[in-house]
Write a protein that binds this ligand. Structure first.
Ligand SMILES: *Cc1c(COP(=O)(O)O)cnc(C)c1O
Length: 228
């Protein structure tokens, strides 16, 4: 497991990278840091959450996440599901997570909305866009977005917050293309004020994502080191 002092240093370094990218691009707003903790220990999460202001954690696998949630139930953490959303796994997500980033079909959003327990606030969701137009990748095609925003935004059990993207490394225009789509789609949302999240940028490319307008970056290895 990663040394605890190193973890706090990594956290400060990632915050510094985000801040530098904001300043370089004359951006004044805050960028949210999502700590991607998949295949990292519950102890590492606990250390980060008790020694830094970090509260938002991202997981890719339902079962692994549930185990960590139960081990860390005494902490007030916010859990984001950032993995591929399988049709038959939506209930776990609807019942246990605060956010789901990878919604790319209306049927998935409908299931999450129906399965969200009524005592919980609506589940925050982002639509994943396949900005590279690669047939094998997750995410909707850019030309499907308008219809998805129109039909997902009124669903009662979810709160549609924005877009999520994982572009191919060589697609250097992808972040700004996604940022343009993000601006265009706001007008189609039933509650445009909720359309506030552009989830893009990871350990290796967060500066480029922030430069293009990311409001949330998802960072794993730059915080926790290599995964188990
Ligand atoms: C694993 C993962 C990340 C974090 O990647 P790093 O390169 O470790 O920062 C971010 N987003 C998604 C969707 C991931 O699956």
């Amino acid at each position: 497991m990663i040394n605890e002092t190193t973890l706090v240093q990594h956290y400060a370094a990632v915050r510094q990278r985000i801040q530098a990218a904001l300043e370089q691009n004359g951006r004044l707003e805050h960028v949210q840091l999502l700590a991607v903790s998949k295949r990292q220990s519950a102890e590492a999460i606990r250390y980060l959450a008790t020694h830094t202001p970090q509260r938002e954690f991202g997981e890719n696998y339902g079962q692994e996440a549930l185990e960590k949630m139960s081990q860390l139930g005494d902490l007030d953490l916010i859990w984001h599901f950032i993995g591929h959303v399988q049709r038959n796994k939506t209930r776990i997500l609807a019942e246990h997570f605060d956010w789901v980033h990878g919604v790319d079909r209306l049927m998935i959003a409908q299931r999450l909305s129906e399965q969200r327990p009524p005592h919980l606030p609506p589940l925050n969701v982002c639509i994943q866009v396949n900005i590279d137009n690669e047939p094998t990748k997750d995410g909707c095609q850019p030309n499907e977005l308008a219809e998805l925003v129109t039909h997902i935004s009124p669903l009662p059990g979810v709160c549609l917050r924005g877009l999520m993207v994982i572009p191919a490394p060589e697609n250097t225009a992808a972040f700004s293309q996604t940022a343009d789509l993000f601006q265009e789609m706001r007008a189609l949302h039933q509650q445009p004020s909720h359309w506030d999240t552009l989830s893009m940028g990871m350990s290796n490319d967060l500066e480029a994502a922030v430069a293009a307008g990311a409001t949330l970056v998802r960072v794993g290895t730059a915080l926790f080191g290599e995964r188990l």
